[in-house]
Design a protein around this ligand. Structure first.
Ligand SMILES: [Zn+2]
Length: 410
């Protein structure tokens, strides 16, 4: 009886505490006597809320502090600016907000050996020119801004050409690439925020992808999200706490396509535009399945990946990750998703601590350490191990591959 009621409770509590999650696993242990299950002392013993559970590791392991990267870094994935207005997952208008000012970022960059930050969300029109003038031109060689599509114009019959022209103008205005947020595939609808969902491979974007190819602007593309976000937020979900903290990150409802559908649509775009260079962010948006990402990289020579906000995945499979880096060492770029003052998301909060974790993962053989500067691991309750890359690969990951994509000399 006790087990049934616990499950029923879990099924109905999206924001439940772990007081339900932990004991359920043990209650299901066939080796446990029913007498123990019915024992009141037992249930009290395991009634610690998950949010209060912060175990301190008793493991003695090597701890290497890497304060600066071995080679200077181009952080290919940052958000110095963002759209000022977002409605139902779709950015509205050109206005930008600055998450941090360059004079505050530069001392941290200098300390950690970050040569440049690529501000992916540079926006378009006036927002882009503002970002380029404050960042790219204000501090040459330290910041690079990318442009974004103007979904405001999506309803226009001439959108395909107008959007392509806007990319060409953005290039003239100083944009170094195009960023696609997960808006495409999950939120953008025919009437922007209403109507049928627009697919990633919608042909109306074809002139935009082609223009990026002809102007040698790399496309940094984020579609879909961790596969656990497409599963119910329940006791079986390995990202339960994170989804409980951010219920709007769940795509486990029928109104959304599956992770696989979104990625396959993205792959058709890669296939249709072989002269356009795509950087599939967050390890190709499927770091949980490096075999799938590897198969895609083998299929599409114009595909690259970054590693932003996926140390949690790479570092929990360090041997597979090391083989992945060995094999695709020319097509992986360093990125963090760093967001100044992004304290709500510790895995991307810009600062010394964030960069030092990335350096430790890439450069050392340390085991079982935190993948984010946070008391509780924010993207799944586990720790990671380093992959100890040799200098020849580190150099490519830290700056050479990104420099080639961005057409800059380091
Ligand atoms: Zn990002």
């Amino acid at each position: 009886m006790r087990r049934i009621s616990r499950r029923a409770m879990l099924a109905t509590t999206g924001l439940g505490t772990l007081s339900a999650g932990l004991p359920t696993a043990w209650a299901g242990n066939p080796g446990q006597s029913s007498a123990a299950q019915e024992n009141g002392a037992h249930s009290q013993k395991y009634s610690l809320p998950l949010t209060d559970y912060q175990p301190e590791s008793m493991l003695h392991v090597q701890t290497t502090h890497v304060s600066r990267s071995r080679f200077s870094v181009i952080d290919f994935h940052t958000h110095v600016t963002n759209s000022a207005r977002v409605v139902n997952g779709v950015a509205i208008g050109a206005a930008r907000v600055y998450n941090g000012m360059p004079q505050d970022l530069l001392p941290i960059m200098d300390r950690t050996n970050v040569l440049a930050m690529v501000n992916l969300t540079g926006g378009f029109a006036d927002g882009l020119t503002d970002s380029v003038s404050h960042l790219d031109r204000g501090y040459a060689g330290r910041f690079y801004s990318m442009t974004e599509p103007s979904y405001d114009m999506f309803g226009r019959p001439d959108y395909p050409q107008v959007q392509a022209d806007a990319i060409a103008q953005a290039h003239r205005d100083g944009a170094r690439g195009l960023k696609i947020l997960k808006t495409l595939g999950l939120f953008l609808r025919e009437n922007m925020t209403s109507g049928a969902l627009v697919k990633v491979d919608d042909p109306r974007f074809d002139p935009m992808w082609e223009t990026c190819g002809s102007l040698k602007l790399p496309v940094a593309i984020h579609v879909s999200d961790p596969v656990a976000f497409f599963r119910p937020t329940d006791r079986l979900n390995e990202r339960y706490e994170e989804l409980s903290n951010h219920p709007d990150w769940s795509f486990a409802s029928p109104e959304y396509p599956s992770n696989a559908e979104i990625l396959e649509a993205r792959n058709r775009v890669f296939a249709r535009h072989p002269k356009t260079q795509f950087v599939a962010l967050h390890v190709g948006n499927f770091a949980e399945d490096l075999e799938y990402v590897s198969a895609n990289l083998d299929r599409f020579p114009n595909m690259h990946v970054d590693i932003a906000a996926r140390l949690n995945e790479l570092g929990r499979q360090p041997r597979a990750a090391r083989r992945f880096f060995d094999r695709y060492q020319d097509r992986i770029v360093f990125g963090t998703d760093a967001t100044p003052h992004g304290d709500r998301f510790p895995q991307q909060a810009f600062g010394d601590a964030l960069y030092q974790i990335y350096f430790r993962f890439l450069e050392t053989a340390d085991e079982y350490f935190d993948y984010a500067p946070a008391a509780t691991p924010p993207q799944g309750r586990w720790r990671i191990s380093g992959i100890e890359l040799p200098d020849s690969i580190l150099h490519k990951i830290y700056n050479q591959n990104a420099a080639r994509l961005l057409n800059i000399v380091v």
